[in-house]
Ligand binder design. Structure first.
Ligand SMILES: [Zn+2]
Ligand SMILES: [Zn+2]
Length: 370
């Protein structure tokens, strides 16, 4: 059996030879596609374009059809490139890449230089060489979009978009600058770059909402949010709540809302309201002001931030903690919403009131507040 004795080098040589044949056959396709293009083949079956026609008739992917048509239309102007392909010196993929490079305005020397690079390298050269024409600029500008999409129960959102270079760079710069500020505050807390960037975007959104309404202090004391919970569930760790006209939230967010003091809770049993909490669940404004005034800044050791200061229940309100000032500690937005209510840190009750330390919540019951 001769094939068992063939070496890797032999097999590789055969593989390369087959690829060269494919390229030569592609060359023949180029000539035919070029002729069909001139004969206006798409009009014969109402295809919208030559690419669509090739895709449908050859049953190939859009990318392959696009490359074939692109290269075929430039056949005459890049004769030497095609000679290389016919001779088996260049594959179809390389020829397309080099044609794109030449098309972008590369000099003859740059085209020659490209043969010393891999295909990704040629694509990078092309991107750098390509001139941004006014038509391309307008196209990129009109393609701009940003979209936010919640999942079915609105417990998660996805967001993505596309922007012209200068716009993308502006947005990136603003988010990075804000994330850097948060990093100073978050010193010692583990958070990834991606997490900090979303935290930065959230802070920017909150500030923007304050600007639109009447200033920051009202946002934390404004109208109540009504939250519906299932009154038949006794285990608070399984609380599934739904904000009126808003997303579903879990027990952590519910705790956070009880701290910010804007929540009215309605218990539902088979859809009927059974317990309606009074606005007394909210921290009374006089106590909020007294506690913020007492502490002055975020009480976490090492943090001097005054950004969106809010009182936090050291023993959670849902665990029976009260609005008594001794059970409240002033925290900046980052420590309150990201570190404590988001990441699950607790205030160490043994730490001094104005030099609070954060500790990871353990499986054991919470210690009594000071
Ligand atoms: Zn809190
Ligand atoms: Zn802080």
């Amino acid at each position: 059996m001769y094939w068992k004795t063939r070496t890797v080098a032999d097999l590789e040589a055969d593989l390369v030879a087959v690829e060269a044949k494919i390229s030569q056959l592609r060359c023949e396709q180029h000539v035919l596609v070029n002729e069909l293009d001139k004969a206006q083949a798409p009009q014969t079956d109402a295809s919208r374009s030559m690419v669509e026609w090739v895709q449908a008739h050859l049953d190939v992917r859009t990318d392959t059809a696009r490359d074939l048509v692109f290269a075929a239309r430039r056949f005459k102007w890049n004769r030497d490139l095609y000679d290389r392909m016919v001779d088996g010196d260049a594959t179809f993929d390389r020829t397309v890449a080099v044609v794109k490079l030449a098309d972008a305005g590369a000099t003859h020397g740059e085209v020659e230089e490209s043969y010393r690079r891999d295909l990704a390298g040629v694509a990078r050269m092309t991107a750098r060489t390509r001139h941004v024409t006014p038509a391309v600029e307008r196209e990129v500008f009109s393609d701009r979009f940003f979209t936010i999409q919640p999942n079915l129960d609105e417990s998660r959102y996805r967001m993505w978009g596309e922007a012209p270079g200068i716009v993308g760079a502006t947005i990136e710069k603003a988010i990075f600058a804000r994330a850097d500020q948060l990093r100073d505050v978050a010193d010692g807390l583990p958070s990834s770059r991606g997490q900090r960037q979303l935290d930065a975007l959230t802070a920017m959104a909150l500030d923007s909402l304050d600007d639109i309404s009447d200033g920051g202090s009202q946002a934390s004391e404004g109208g109540h949010v009504t939250v519906f919970v299932d009154a038949r569930r006794n285990d608070p760790s399984e609380t599934a709540a739904e904000i009126e006209y808003g997303p579903r939230v879990g027990p952590n967010v519910l705790d956070q809302m009880l701290c910010t003091g804007r929540v009215q809770i309605v218990g539902l049993d088979n859809g009927a309201p059974v317990v309606v909490s009074r606005a007394a669940r909210a921290i009374p404004p006089a106590i909020r002001h007294a506690v913020t005034r007492r502490d002055g800044v975020c009480v976490i050791d090492g943090c001097n931030s005054r950004y969106r200061l809010e009182p936090h229940h050291i023993q959670r309100f849902s665990d029976g903690g009260t609005h008594h000032p001794d059970n409240l500690a002033t925290m900046c937005w980052y420590h309150h919403h990201v570190a404590v209510h988001g990441d699950g840190y607790r205030i160490d009750p043994q730490s001094p009131p104005l030099r609070r330390r954060l500790t990871r919540a353990g499986p054991t019951p919470d210690p009594e507040p000071p």
